[in-house]
Design a protein. Sequence first.
Length: 239
Amino acid sequence: MSAVHVAFEISSLFQRTTPGLDLEQARAEVVARTQGQGAAFPDERIDDITVEYQRISAMLAESGVLYAASCFGRFDGDWSMGSLVIGLQPLSYRDPEIAVAGMAKILAAEHGPSAEVSAIALPCGQATLVIRQSPDLRLPAEFTESGEDIPIDVAQLQAFIPVPPDAVPGAQTLVTVVFSTPSTDHWADYCELLVPFLDSLSFLPDQEAGEDTDAATDCRTPVRQSLPSVSGGPEGAFG
């Protein structure tokens, strides 16, 4: 299996997530970020953001994923947050299009009516796209007045992209992108950030990546450049 170099452009609104934080550490980092942005977040929003941030931080440490980032701020005056994870895993396939069709069929059967599953064409190759909303995230009892866990609806986009052999000969690699947000009312706003990000993804054989790799990122993942804020996008703490 050939090593795959993943490149992408990501909005400067996203900040990389520190791996392996516990809840106390995650809360401290969330508070530091919001104070650094000059924002006064309500305590309940800090709690919500902390839970999601710590969950992603733990997943990053346990899974050794390629890249993870989060964003905090406001859309039209309402507090909002989201998280993004990119992972790589081996996958045996001969034709990416057939692999995508198979994944779409399996995931559609797995999620049923709770998700929209489709096969799409991205500039980097064919992909299986899953959009779903579920109460998988729970606010821990220690942060609630009732003393009980509270489910939080999470909207999620998943993209599964087999690396095309014409981009990386010999690649048997699946690139997985997962974006999650408990701020479900802002889904359309986040899509304005996610579409250009997905369109910017590209793959190269690792030995051809050369000097484009950003020394500030690990796992051979360059952030080529930041995208400007989009029209109608976030305000306030997002900058």
